[in-house]
Ligand binder design. Structure first.
Ligand SMILES: CC(=O)N[C@H]1[C@@H](OP(=O)(O)OP(=O)(O)OC[C@H]2O[C@@H](n3ccc(=O)[nH]c3=O)[C@H](O)[C@@H]2O)O[C@H](CO)[C@@H](O)[C@@H]1O[C@H](C)C(=O)N[C@@H](C)C(=O)N[C@H](CCC(=O)O)C(=O)O
Ligand SMILES: Nc1ncnc2c1ncn2[C@@H]1O[C@H](COP(=O)(O)OP(=O)(O)OP(=O)(O)O)[C@@H](O)[C@H]1O
Length: 501
């Protein structure tokens, strides 16, 4: 239990109760869903995208809550203590930090923002820092991980209450540093407002997450991303990105840069692509004012170098021994991010999370640098959201691939065939795509079709182990499907050889 006065420290509010009477009140827990309320709870009403949480204050009351944090004053029973604030999301953020004892102040927090690269970079940072003996946890799209504990996350950047709760758990378990993804949605909804960031990283920016329930305009999207650099002590920025200067102009922290094209504090030169189709790596020289070092990363392309440069910049700032950074980056892999499956000895199968135009273009164009026969891509696009992605994905795949297998990717309540038809509009040559709405069958087909030297990209699902159909997450493992089908194909080939002999 925590004293109400402590939870309300530095929160501006008015109340129907004299705040002197707060001294004796203790709060069991804070809930922003009425469904979680019990006796002794404080309920915070958030104005959501779907419903207004103020609608549920009576439900919260009936479940035992007597302290209510509201944006709108609502007529309630006499024993309800109303705390009226200007914005309940900002208040929730501050109150959660107070409730959990401001754990982010005792942790080194590294926040990564940008359209692409957040999951990869946060996981790389954790890999390197843990090897350097700094106990580091990760929070992001792939979940929360620290020591050997993991927790799934609903959002890339969890709600402020969840975030401070996770920080508290991490701190109590000996974690020293947290490498976390900071989504524009999280910044827009004040989820990280009271997080004490030591380092903020900007990867890149291109139009995404614009539409109903997300950002009204690209300018708003940029504005939200830039906000992270007003919350941190030190900024690390990809200077080659078109919007780097806009971020720097809005930043209030000191800034260091990384890049390939423009002069930067940490630069990559002498880029060479490895020809090993099992790891699809890349070599480069990392140049700073004090040194020049060879690096190898087992992830392909220029975008992977940018991700590595961001990590090297963090390690340089934190004083991590260079050899540790180098070795860790050589071996670091992230689930579902350019993940090469060793299933067929004669073809390369990659699972990747590319689900918008920019990321799909990056991965497909990158693969051109590695000698291969046909490039085949299996992909779909989400239902019920950001329809613009369908055209983007179709435009890219129709141009870059020898063959596309158009399928489903979390169609949710939409008709998968409608989504596929939208994507297919980008193709003027019907021989360049096959339609197979059942993703399992589409993957099996790709594995069966694979010939010597082919590269097959299963795009969009990445780390996900489900298919979202009509609001239900149905278990779905691309890795298992590939492995099972590859086994059958290889067994069939062996049999054929035996018969021929
Ligand atoms: C559109 C959006 O951002 N929605 C987020 C939001 O939910 P919401 O506003 O829809 O909530 P709501 O259903 O309208 O309910 C409003 C309030 O009433 C409460 N309620 C509701 C029902 C009830 O019986 N009792 C009750 O008290 C709810 O608990 C809530 O507090 O608040 C929830 C809790 O924080 C989030 O989990 C949820 O994220 C959803 C899942 C989502 O898809 N968000 C996306 C847009 C997002 O944030 N994505 C970014 C990554 C993308 C980026 O780069 O921006 C992310 O960080 O995940
Ligand atoms: N720096 C980068 N620039 C462009 N594309 C990238 C970069 N890093 C990774 N990608 C591509 O984007 C996909 C998603 O990468 P990652 O998950 O690291 O980014 P993210 O910012 O977390 O994305 P999201 O917001 O979609 O979760 C990868 O699977 C890869 O295809």
């Amino acid at each position: 239990m925590v004293k109400l006065t402590r939870i309300l420290e530095d929160v501006s509010f008015t109340s129907n109760t004299d705040s002197k009477d707060f001294n004796d009140i203790e709060i069991v827990d804070i809930a922003y869903s009425s469904l979680k309320c019990q006796k002794g709870y404080m309920f915070v009403a958030l104005k959501g995208e779907t419903v207004d949480g103020h609608k549920y204050v009576f439900d919260a009351y009936s479940r035992g809550a007597r302290v209510f944090v509201l944006q709108d004053d609502i007529e309630m029973a006499d024993d309800a203590i109303k705390i009226i604030v200007e914005d309940t999301r900002i208040a929730l953020s501050k109150m959660s930090a107070n409730y959990f004892g401001n754990p982010s102040k005792s942790l080194k927090i590294i926040g990564v923002t940008g359209t692409k690269g957040k999951t990869t970079i946060t996981n790389y940072i954790s890999e390197v820092l843990n090897r350097a003996g700094i106990n580091t946890g990760v929070i992001g799209t792939n979940g929360t991980f620290y020591n050997n504990i993991s927790e799934t996350t609903v959002n890339t950047t969890p709600e402020s209450y969840e975030l401070h709760r996770i920080f508290r758990k991490m701190l109590d378990n000996g974690v020293e540093c947290v490498s976390m993804e900071v989504s524009s949605g999280g910044l827009q909804r004040y989820r990280v407002e009271h997080v004490d960031f030591d380092i903020a990283i900007f990867t890149n920016l291109s139009p995404d997450h614009i539409g109903p329930k997300e950002h009204p305009t690209f300018e708003n999207y940029l504005e939200c991303k830039a906000k992270l650099f007003t919350l941190a002590k030190h900024g690390i920025i990809n200077i080659d990105d078109k919007y780097a200067q806009a971020i720097i102009d809005k930043a209030t922290c000191d800034i260091k840069t990384f890049g390939i094209e423009k002069q930067a504090d940490v630069m990559a030169t002498d880029i060479k692509y490895s020809k090993d189709l099992d790891s699809l790596g890349v070599n480069f020289v990392c140049k700073t004012k004090e040194s020049k070092d060879d690096f190898y990363i087992c992830s392909p392309g220029v975008f992977s170098i940018y991700n590595a440069l961001a990590v090297i910049s963090v390690c340089r700032y934190l004083g991590v021994e260079k050899e540790i950074t180098r070795k860790a980056l050589t071996e670091a892999k992230v689930c579902g991010r350019v993940e090469v499956l060793s299933a067929l000895p004669y073809a390369t199968i990659i699972i990747d999370y590319a689900h918008n135009g920019v990321s799909l273009e990056n991965i497909l164009k990158t693969l051109e640098y590695y000698d291969h026969n046909r490039l085949i891509c299996v992909f779909g696009s989400v239902g019920g959201r950001t329809e613009i992605r369908r055209k983007e994905l179709g435009d890219v795949a129709s141009k870059e691939c020898d063959l596309s297998i158009l399928t489903s990717d979390n169609p949710d309540f939409e008709d998968p065939m409608q989504i596929i038809n939208d994507i297919a509009k980008s193709y003027d040559d019907k021989s360049k795509y096959i339609v197979e709405p059942d993703r399992e069958k589409a993957i099996q087909l790709a594995v069966r079709m694979a010939q010597e030297g082919d590269m097959i990209v299963l795009a969009g699902k990445g780390h996900e182990t489900y298919q979202l159909i009509e609001g239900v997450k149905i278990p779905f493992s691309e890795r298992d499907i590939v492995r099972d089908e590859a086994k059958k194909v290889l067994a069939g080939r062996e049999q054929q050889v035996m018969v021929t002999n």
